[in-house]
Design a protein around this ligand. Structure first.
Ligand SMILES: O=C1O[C@H](COP(=O)(O)O)[C@@H](O)[C@H](O)[C@H]1O
Length: 232
């Protein structure tokens, strides 16, 4: 589908504008349906955005937050995306939101994926907001180039839900929502920061649906338009 590229001078300006855009969409969903759902990314990029979003005014008690993807580690692990969300987003006004984790203690990654699918079944039909990130290798969510379940993850026929992924660049095994669960979000955002990622997203956009970079395939084949937010 189509995309719109929004360029900011710096990460702080991006975070404020993106937080307003996301909060507005969540508030609209609450007004129309009584509740709202959002799946956010982990990694290092979203910290300022999480801070800005957590201080926006809306009825957070009616918002459910989950993750686009998670490392198969408990919240106590410093690489946990859940820990990042707890520290940055589930704070201030947003502390009233409900959080649904993908990781499940004691389970194998496959078991955790099944449990996470069951726990999120009502959230992603479709999500109100999905905020994707992008790694320097062109991965988004845990759709890693060369990933063990990449074809399944990207296949539009794969049911909505959470599956596992292993890949050389991924570190630990991953849990990730499938493309089908993310691609029709009412608001589909891609949040990227750093100069070094600019040529990666430019290449992904120019290659489109045949790109070897998973983010290129996601943007080209998603049924929702993607709003790209980028700052150096
Ligand atoms: O592994 C991950 O990486 C991407 C990008 O992270 P960043 O640190 O380069 O911002 C992230 O979108 C994804 O959620 C995360 O699990």
């Amino acid at each position: 589908m189509a995309y719109r590229f929004n360029i900011f001078d710096n990460g702080a300006a991006l975070a404020e504008t993106l937080a307003e855009r996301v909060a507005g969409t969540l508030a609209e969903a609450v007004a129309m349906r009584g509740h709202a759902s959002i799946a956010v990314s982990g990694g290092s990029t979203p910290k300022a955005f999480f801070r800005a979003l957590s201080s926006t005014t809306l009825d957070w008690s009616r918002v459910t937050i989950t993750l686009v993807d998670e490392r198969f580690v408990p919240e106590s692990n410093e690489r946990s995306n859940h820990a990042l969300v707890s520290a940055g987003l589930l704070q201030g006004k947003a502390a009233e939101a409900r959080f649904v984790p993908l990781y499940h203690d004691g389970a194998t990654a496959e078991d955790a994926a099944r449990l996470a699918t069951a726990a999120t079944v009502d959230l992603c039909r479709p999500f109100d907001v999905v905020v994707l990130g992008m790694g320097g290798d062109g991965h988004t969510a845990s759709f890693f180039p060369g990933g063990s379940n990449l074809q399944m993850a990207l296949d539009p026929a794969t049911p909505r839900g959470v599956i596992t992924m292993e890949a050389e660049g991924a570190g630990e095994p991953r849990l990730t929502f499938t493309f089908s669960a993310l691609q029709d979000a009412r608001l589909l955002i891609l949040h990227i920061e750093s100069q070094s990622k600019k040529p990666v997203i430019d290449r992904a956009l120019s290659e489109g649906k045949d790109s070897t970079l998973p983010i290129g395939r996601v943007i080209a084949t998603a049924s929702s338009d993607t709003e790209i937010y980028w700052a150096p």
